[in-house]
Ligand binder design. Structure first.
Ligand SMILES: NC(=O)c1ccc[n+]([C@@H]2O[C@H](COP(=O)([O-])OP(=O)(O)OC[C@H]3O[C@@H](n4cnc5c(N)ncnc54)[C@H](O)[C@@H]3O)[C@@H](O)[C@H]2O)c1
Ligand SMILES: O=C(O)C(=O)C[C@@H](O)[C@H](O)[C@H](O)COP(=O)(O)O
Ligand SMILES: [Zn+2]
Length: 384
């Protein structure tokens, strides 16, 4: 089947490949001058990691594997230091390459390790979750968390290539696929309303990895991300739109000690941002309702339990878009018309919080949130 190539131009130019059976692309991307490769992967991807090791060893490379903890547990200074130690012991030089294989947590960590080793070695991202394909592996934002919050340490370090093998989605738990759709829907609201129409036409198909619409959704979301990061890699201005919904989302993730999936928190964060825009007089109620309708149709949460406001507000103040004491939010003036709301009053923020709050017993629907399972025990994906 055909491969779609989406070009990104940042501190270097690279392609995001979307298709099937993309393993054959790896040696060409790595190149002949490289001796060593480190594959940073999650436990669920142990099989594909071994297959990459076998293929690249056969092609003459010295391949090391680094299995990292699942989810946000990988995005720590301790795990990054473990990877640096492995690189040091194996003698990785600036000609050598890191591969990030797995969901966004693995590719964020792998990118950060590559960005910091010897002040920067090349990284190839091989995302295996929907969220990784449409967002985390593209665009060069890398990072880890600290006790104070999400992604507080990191750097911009673009990959030299991104391989989105759609076969990987076949083994992804349904809740993780849905979480990725939250970022796809985000792209629909900030840039490409056709995404919203596709989801509305058949939400069940959007949640079925074998449905053709999933490929179109991936291609459209990657196109949005590629366009934005090509124009503004370092988030001087335009790139902030990719952070739509994330100020509140990151506060939820921190408050929940990272037991919520990122995409689930983004889903609530999108509704919070939409309510904030409505309350500030920027957005009509119909578009706010559309946020709730679409996200709910995908099985994503749109409300959050009451009673945590002080903690959430403290966490939101640490958002990277904050300037001095001024909180800044990406909001919409209309469909595909993002703007910024600077320094909203605490009363306005509280009103938006109330609009997305619900007593725990009334939460509708809260599918599997805060019940993040242990790594999948399904057969590992047959990709690669
Ligand atoms: N750098 C960026 O621009 C950016 C963008 C969006 C999100 N992120 C980050 O991405 C992370 C979330 O990524 P995520 O949603 O992919 O979560 P994740 O990396 O935690 O992966 C979700 C789960 O899926 C498993 N998994 C991965 N691929 C699988 C497969 N093919 N089959 C079966 N199981 C598989 C993982 O082991 C994990 O349990 C967050 O840390 C978020 O901050 C970064
Ligand atoms: O690529 C970006 O820019 C984004 O903001 C994409 C977000 O979906 C992603 O979650 C990102 O990691 C958030 O970055 P942060 O700078 O708010 O930590
Ligand atoms: Zn995100």
């Amino acid at each position: 089947m055909s491969v779609t190539r989406v070009a990104v131009t940042a501190e270097r130019s690279y392609d995001v490949l979307i298709g099937h059976d993309l393993a054959g692309e790896l040696p060409g991307l790595i190149g002949a001058g490289t001796r060593r490769v480190l594959v940073v992967h999650q436990g669920a991807l142990a099989g594909p990691a071994e297959r990459i090791r076998a293929a690249l060893t056969g092609a003459g490379y010295e391949v090391h594997l680094s299995e990292v903890p699942d989810g946000e547990d990988a995005k720590t200074a301790t795990v990054a230091a473990r990877c640096w130690e492995q690189l040091g012991l194996a003698g990785f030089t600036r000609d050598d390459v890191v591969i990030g294989l797995g969901g966004g947590a693995a590719t964020d960590l792998a990118g950060f390790v590559a960005a910091t080793w010897l002040r920067g070695v090349r990284v190839i991202q091989v995302p295996t979750t929907l969220l990784g394909m449409v967002d985390a592996a593209v665009g060069g934002k890398t990072g880890i968390n600290t006790a104070e919050g999400k992604n507080l340490v990191g750097s911009f370090h673009s990959p030299i290539g991104v391989l989105c093998d759609l076969d990987a989605l076949e083994t992804l738990p349904a809740a993780d696929l849905a979480a990725g759709l939250a970022e796809v829907v985000k792209c629909g609201f900030i840039d490409d309303p056709r995404i919203l129409e596709l989801v509305e036409a058949d939400p069940d198909a959007a949640r079925d990895p074998s449905a053709p619409v999933v490929r179109e959704l991936v291609e459209r979301a990657v196109a949005t991300k590629a366009r934005v990061v090509s124009a503004d890699l370092r988030e001087a201005d335009l790139r902030e739109i990719l952070n739509y919904g994330h100020t509140f989302a990151h506060a939820i993730e921190h408050h929940e000690h990272f037991r919520w999936r990122h995409g689930e928190a983004v889903s609530v964060g999108l509704v919070f941002a939409a309510e904030l825009a409505r309350l500030a007089g920027h957005l009509e109620g119909g578009i706010v309702d559309r946020h709730r309708r679409i996200l709910t149709s995908l099985g994503l949460p749109t409300s959050y339990p009451t009673g945590s406001w002080d903690d959430l507000l403290t966490a939101m103040r640490r958002d990277k878009k904050t300037r001095g004491a001024t909180l800044r939010f990406v909001i919409l003036d209309g469909l595909a018309s993002p703007t910024r709301l600077e320094g909203p009053s605490e009363d306005l923020l509280l009103a938006a919080y109330v609009a997305v709050s619900a007593e725990p017993a009334l939460l509708v629907p809260q599918p599997e949130v805060s019940a993040r399972p242990a790594p999948s025990t399904d057969e590992p994906p047959e990709l690669l």
